[in-house]
Each structure stands twice: as C-alpha cells, then as structure tokens.
Design a protein around this ligand. Structure first.
Ligand code: MN
Length: 325
C-alpha cells in the first residue's frame, strides 16, 4: 500500500474480533518487508490505557495503524500527542471524522454503512476482495449480510470461485472469534499472524485446533447463560448474565436473531469487578450511545446495536432509560 511506502517500522492496533483480526491481516500482508508489530487493546476496552500508550511510545514506531477499533477522539489525540508516529485509522464505525490523523472511514465521510459492512471491506479498496475481506464482513454481520444487496453478490461470487459455502464462512468466523471470547489477548494477537499466513487456505483456518478447544468452552457457557430467565416487558426482552467470558454480543445477537420484532437487552454483571456490560439490539443505537456518553460511560456501536460499559451502581437507572427510549 502506497500510504505506507515511506515507513519501515510500525504498529497495528486492532479490534479483537474477526473483522479486527482479518483487517489487521489484510494490512499486514501489504506491509511485507517492514517491521510490524500488532496488538489489541485490553479485551473489552475501546481505548488505549496510559500504560499502553507509554509502551507504544517507547517502541518508537514510525506509523501506527488503528484498525476496526472505534476509539474516542480524545484518546486518539492523547496517543497522537504522546508519540512521534504518523497515525492512520481504518474503520467503518459511526464516528465523526478525526481530522488530526489520517482517518480512513468512509462511513464518517458520509458513505452508507451498507457499502462498508466491515473494516475489511474498507481495506478491500486497497487490497482487493479476498478471504480475509469476506470473513471480516461475515464476522460483523453474520447471517444479516445476506440481506445486503451490494455486498452479498460479491461474497457469492467468491464462494463459487473458491468452493467454500456460507456455513464454512460462519464456522471460520466463529473459530477466529473464539480467542477474545475466552479472553485470550495473546491468542487474538497471534491470530493475526495465523490468518495472514493462511489467507488462501480455508482448510487451515477451519482446522486450527486451539480455536476448537476455545469453541467448546464457549458453547457450554453460552448455553448456561442463555438458560437464565428472560424477562419480557412490553416490546423489551431483558436477559441478565453473569460470566467472565466475552460473550455478551454473541448472546445478544442470538436472542435478537430469534426475536426480530423485539428490543433485546443483555446485561453482564460478571465481566468487570466494578462495571457492567450492557448490549442492546433493535433500537436507534446512536441516541442511546449519545445518552450513555453524556453520562460519562464508554459506549459504541453500529446501526441497531449499542454496547455500553458503566459503573455497577448506575446500571439499573440506565436500564430504565434504555427500556423507555
Ligand atoms: Mn468491524
């Protein structure tokens, strides 16, 4: 990629999910011959901590590419002011364009979210549509990608040409996502190298044993948590879970997939010691995210989905806001 021609040492900071891992892999495969490290923020944190910024600063990178993690502007500026690196962002989340850095996010420039379902699809403008681009999009949208009339035909074309089917794509996504769900940050980071090396062999990705071990653990835990009582209140379904695993978004998606007419709210009170995770599907996400941020909570999302991390003590109040939004 021409953008990086003048640099020889850099860092990729990427989201821990399939889109983040595959997008980082797409970028990495374009940066051959350069010295490139990759890290994920702490799983669950959509920002870089002071300590992480210190470490990044000490390593003296010429460039930092932030991929598929929607980090608030203040945190980006803090990073920019602490390091001597050129900063690039590749993303597709709804966020105001940050002019102080190279913010490559077509959605923040007014393009439709349908045209850019994933960061991998943003990167495909430079790298082309390959297996990693497709896995990123399927990762972020799952079954819903089939309804995207702009993108799904391209996926079908790819499947036809490479004799993989949609089920296999979903299975690859599940495996790649397994590291962050079991909270294995190093596993997330090494997954970037693995998908880069195996970007032309779905069989290798499907056969990677550590991910199968993770998946087993995750399946058991999801079933256990989803057997909790679902509280129905008008149009709202509320599920309380208590788990150290990062499975709230999966559980929310599963519930929403089964209940397309409902607003689905999942609360995990077992992830952080003094904060809770809330995931909501089937709402005007931007409004909820705005309300959450005004209250000082960490919040993010995409159309129809919002994720909020907030203090334990504020959770019940916020839930009543969510229900009445
Ligand atoms: Mn994404």
């Amino acid at each position: 990629m021409e953008l990086f021609d003048s640099y020889s040492k850099g860092l990729i900071v990427h989201h821990w999910d399939t889109d983040g891992i595959c997008s980082a892999g797409m970028l990495l495969s374009e940066l051959k011959g350069k010295e490139v490290d990759n890290i994920s923020p702490g799983i669950g944190n959509y920002y870089l901590t002071k300590g992480e910024i210190e470490i990044i600063k000490d390593r003296g990178y010429e460039f930092i590419a932030i991929v598929d993690v929607c980090i608030p502007k203040e945190n980006i500026l803090k990073l920019k002011n602490s390091v001597n690196s050129k900063i690039f962002i590749f993303d597709h989340h709804l966020q105001e364009n940050i002019k102080e850095v190279e913010h490559m996010n077509p959605v923040s420039e007014g393009k439709s979210q349908e045209s850019f379902p994933s960061t991998s699809w943003v990167l495909s403008q430079w790298v082309g549509v390959n297996l990693l681009a497709i896995l990123g999009a399927v990762g972020d949208k799952e079954g819903w990608i089939k309804e995207n009339e702009l993108i799904y035909p391209e996926i079908e074309k790819f499947m036809g040409a490479h004799s993989v089917d949609f089920k296999q794509l979903l299975r690859m996504v599940k495996l790649i996502d397994s590291s962050h769900k079991v909270m294995d940050k190093e596993g997330v980071e090494s997954a970037v190298r693995f998908v880069t090396e195996n970007r032309n062999s779905p069989e290798k990705i499907l056969g990677h044993q550590p991910w199968h071990q993770n998946s087993k653990r995750i399946r058991t835990e999801i079933d256990r948590q989803m057997s909790n009582e679902i509280i129905e209140d008008g149009n709202v379904l509320l599920l309380n879970i208590l788990t150290p695993l990062n499975i709230i978004s999966t559980i929310t998606r599963k519930l929403a997939w089964k209940n397309p007419q409902k607003m689905v709210v999942v609360v995990n009170r077992g992830f952080f010691w003094n904060r809770n995770q809330i995931y909501v599907r089937g709402i005007k996400a931007q409004r909820l995210i705005k309300i959450a941020r005004e209250r000082g909570y960490s919040a993010g999302g995409k159309r129809g989905v919002a994720g909020v991390v907030l203090p334990n003590t504020k959770t019940d109040d916020f839930l009543s806001i969510v229900k009445n939004i």
